[in-house]
Design a protein around this ligand. Structure first.
Ligand SMILES: [Cu+2]
Length: 221
C-alpha cells in the first residue's frame, strides 16, 4: 500500500523539479549554485535523519553493547561527534556557494527594475528600449538588476537564473542574474504584497549578445 502510494506520488514530486519557476532546474551559474546548495542540504538532512533513526532503532533493540555506553559518551557522541562534521560541511558549502552570488565589481549590463502592486517595470538606462514589463537580458553574461519598489515591499525572483532580492520603497538593492542560453524564463514576486501577489509574474527574455545590442540600440535584430 505504502509502495503504491509512493509510486503514485513520484510523478508529482518530480514534476516539482522542472518547469518555469523551478529553482531545481537551473539555467545559469548562479541558479546552479543555489540548486547545488539545496541538494547538499537535502543530503545532509537525510544523513542526520538516518543516523537518528538508526539510534532510535537501537534504543528499541537494546543490544548488549549499548548498555556499556556511558551517559557522557552519549552526550559527546550525539551532541558533538554526530552533528559537528555535518554542520561544518553544510555551513561551509553555504558560505562558499553563497559568497559567489554576491555582485563583485560592475556587471556589463545594468537594468533598473521597479515593482508596483502588481507588476514589474524594467528600464535599460541610456538605451532606446522603452520601459517594459519584460526583462530583456543578454545570454551568457552577468546582469545586475537594481531593484526598488513604488509602494510596498516586493521581491524579485527568477528561480532558474539566480537568487531573490527584496524590492523596498526608497531603497535600491542589486541582484546579479545570469542565463547560459537565450530563451524565455519566468520570474515571480516572492514577498507577499497584497491580493494580486500570486499573479505578479514577469517574463525574462535572454537574447544572443548581438541581438541584445541591436535591441538596446532600437534596431530590429
Ligand atoms: Cu508580491
Amino acid at each position: 500500500m505504502f509502495k503504491r502510494l509512493l509510486l503514485g506520488a513520484t510523478p508529482a514530486l518530480l514534476g516539482g523539479c522542472s518547469g518555469d519557476l523551478s529553482a531545481l532546474d537551473p539555467a545559469g551559474p548562479r541558479a546552479a549554485n543555489l540548486a547545488t546548495l539545496w541538494w547538499v542540504m537535502l543530503i545532509g538532512a537525510a544523513v542526520l535523519f538516518g543516523l537518528v533513526m538508526a539510534l532510535f532503532a537501537l534504543a528499541y533493540r537494546r543490544p548488549a553493547w549499548i548498555t556499556r555506553v556511558t551517559p557522557a559518551q552519549w552526550i559527546v557522541g550525539g551532541g558533538l561527534v554526530l552533528p559537528i562534521p555535518i554542520l561544518i560541511v553544510l555551513t561551509g558549502t553555504a558560505l562558499v556557494l553563497g559568497e559567489q552570488l554576491l555582485p563583485k565589481g560592475e556587471a556589463p549590463v545594468r537594468v533598473e527594475g521597479r515593482a508596483q502592486q502588481w507588476s514589474w517595470h524594467f528600464t535599460h538606462p541610456e538605451s532606446a528600449l522603452a520601459p517594459s514589463e519584460i526583462l530583456h537580458i543578454p545570454a551568457g553574461e552577468p546582469v545586475d538588476i537594481a531593484v526598488t519598489s513604488l509602494d510596498v515591499i516586493h521581491s524579485l525572483w527568477v528561480p532558474r537564473l539566480g537568487g531573490k532580492i527584496d524590492a523596498i520603497p526608497g531603497k535600491v538593492n542589486i541582484i546579479r542574474l545570469q542565463a547560459d542560453e537565450p530563451g524565455v524564463y519566468w520570474g515571480q514576486c516572492a514577498e507577499y504584497c497584497g491580493e494580486g501577489h500570486d499573479g505578479m509574474r514577469f517574463r525574462v527574455e535572454a537574447h544572443e549578445p548581438e541581438a541584445f545590442a541591436a535591441l538596446l540600440e532600437g534596431r530590429a535584430p
